[in-house]
Design a protein. Structure first.
Length: 145
């Protein structure tokens, strides 16, 4: 008897192998996505630090806030010389679009007296010698809490 085709067992084995490989790929992509988000967070914070230093050079102080300002929100969408963090459409901008966190957390800016500031953020997987978890950026550094 001449049989052509695959047996049911052979098909089930192939399907199981494909399912296992696709599961591993999805897990690996999830980890890569977290690392990419963390790299973007660090880049966003460094860009914001640069804009704040330009602001400080012109104004001799950092923008002050009585409470934390959520960067990238409607109220802090850009950084300009007239009113510090403000809504979109600002003129004379140091940073025309203030970045917001790519995930579900936020960047929070705080400066009580204008002599220094902190930007708080959270890393998912860790990047650039920083561990996963809360980080704080100041004018001189970015470090884990």
């Amino acid at each position: 008897m001449n049989k052509k085709g695959f047996t049911l067992i052979e098909l089930l084995v192939v399907i199981a192998i494909i399912a296992l490989l696709s599961t591993l790929a999805v897990v690996a992509l999830g980890s890569a996505r977290k690392k990419a988000n963390d790299a973007k967070r660090l880049s966003d914070i460094k860009q914001t630090q640069t804009a704040l230093e330009l602001y400080y050079t012109d104004k001799n102080s950092y923008p002050t806030s009585t409470g934390g300002i959520v960067l990238g929100s409607t109220a802090a969408a850009c950084l300009n010389s007239a009113s510090a963090f403000t809504t979109t459409g600002c003129s004379d901008a140091y940073m025309p679009t203030v970045p917001k966190d790519p995930g579900s957390t936020a960047y929070t800016y705080t400066s009580a007296d204008g002599t220094t500031y902190t930007i708080a953020a959270t890393l998912e997987a860790g990047a650039a010698n920083l561990a996963a978890g809360a980080i704080t950026a100041t004018p001189s550094t970015i470090k884990n809490n």
